[in-house]
Design a protein around this ligand. Structure first.
Ligand SMILES: *Cc1c(COP(=O)(O)O)cnc(C)c1O
Length: 363
């Protein structure tokens, strides 16, 4: 409940609402795009080997070993890599580092941050928190991002690739064309789901001075609970992120997370294996839902964006919820016919299909 000690800003905020974290033996949790498989055994070994006594010390503030491991993985320099406490935190720092608050701009109208109409709902939340002018660009009729709609406005552009919640990927070629067309505008590509089937822009960060790429260990590396994300850009942009980090929290990545991240990166084989499992289950689930009359967009992510035959996503969401199958539903008008369903294990997807078949929605 609001209180007289709240700042004016706190009163105004509409915070991000994460998907429900309900747990229980019978819960089938397909609502927050977590990986259904555990992290690499090497991560578990690294965690078991943590020297608890050493936790009395602060971690390396610049996470150099972890950043070096990431740089080596992408054939970049350590100065091209930034790490943070989840990629959400990196996005917040990036908004501060690259986009100027309305009140601090002399131009009228202020240069805005542009993002697609349907995309990660954290972007407007950061804009409100940081007083950044935003401009929403409509999607094309097929739900793909309309790259031509973005303008070289001297502000910024951000979009997930693949996009969330639509699951659709943009080609690297279309993103490169955009980077060339908007040389005065910073382009932040949020690659939270890129490993599940889109082309990464990471290798191009030294070619395009206006490119920042963010990635996360939460989805493809099964470490959502660890809170670890990375950003890639040319060294001047990484320096901007570092300046903001060191004006806010010098130690965003704890010592345990740094070890876990290094261990995760070292196990490429395990990582590829779990990715392949998710991708196979995604293809099978898409076919099974289409056979039940659903419209399912072509996913390059670890979730499906689906519309049931009767378009009543709300009723299906409530039915599934009662059966203990959690999926994501948004009540806003533009999303009312759609559900976002994370890819779980084969058994979890069977439970989803069984619950769908038990509903009156089955055709
Ligand atoms: C999950 C997600 C993130 C944030 O991931 P973290 O867990 O904070 O690393 C960022 N962007 C998109 C589009 C996401 O779906």
């Amino acid at each position: 409940m609001a209180n007289k000690f709240w700042s004016e800003l706190t009163h105004r905020l509409t915070p991000y609402v994460p998907g429900e974290q309900r747990h229980g033996d019978k819960i089938v949790k397909l609502n927050t795009n977590e990986n259904p498989y555990p992290p690499s055994p090497r991560v578990l070994e690294a965690l078991a080997a943590v020297d608890g006594g050493a936790l009395r010390r602060y971690p390396d503030p610049e996470s150099v070993r972890l950043r070096t491991a990431l740089a080596d993985q992408h054939a970049l320099d350590v100065a091209n890599v930034f790490v943070g406490n989840g990629s959400d935190e990196i996005l917040g720092l990036a908004f501060m580092a690259f986009f100027t608050a309305k009140s601090a701009q002399s131009t009228s109208p202020p240069a805005s941050l542009q993002y697609p109409e349907l995309s990660y709902s954290f972007y407007p939340v950061y804009c409100e928190l940081l007083d950044i002018e935003s401009c929403v660009r409509p999607l094309r009729d097929d739900f793909s991002i309309d790259m031509d709609a973005f303008e070289d406005n001297g502000g910024g552009i951000i979009f997930p690739n693949p996009n969330a919640p639509t699951s659709l990927a943009q080609s690297a070629q279309s993103i490169e064309a955009l980077l060339i067309r908007v040389p005065n505008t910073l382009v932040l590509v949020d690659e939270a789901y890129v490993d599940f089937g889109a082309q990464s822009m990471v290798k191009l960060v030294n070619k395009y001075p206006n490119l920042v790429v963010s990635q996360t260990f939460s989805k493809s590396r099964s470490l959502a609970g660890m809170r670890l994300g990375a950003a890639y850009a040319n060294n001047q942009l990484i320096e901007a992120l570092t300046r903001v980090k060191n004006s806010f929290n010098s130690y965003p990545v704890d010592a345990v997370a740094q070890q876990a991240g290094i261990a995760s990166i070292s196990d490429e084989a395990y990582y590829q294996q779990t990715l392949m499992k998710v991708i196979r289950t995604r293809a099978e689930t898409k076919l099974a839902l289409e056979a039940r009359g659903f419209r399912v967009l072509d996913s390059a992510a670890n979730f499906l964006f689906v519309s049931p035959a009767d378009k009543n996503a709300c009723a299906l969401y409530e039915h599934l919820n009662r059966q203990g199958v959690l999926v994501r539903f948004w009540s806003s008008a533009s999303l009312a016919q759609w559900l976002r369903i994370s890819i779980g294990t084969d058994e979890e997807m069977q439970a989803l299909l069984k619950a769908i078949d038990e509903a009156e929605y089955a055709i």
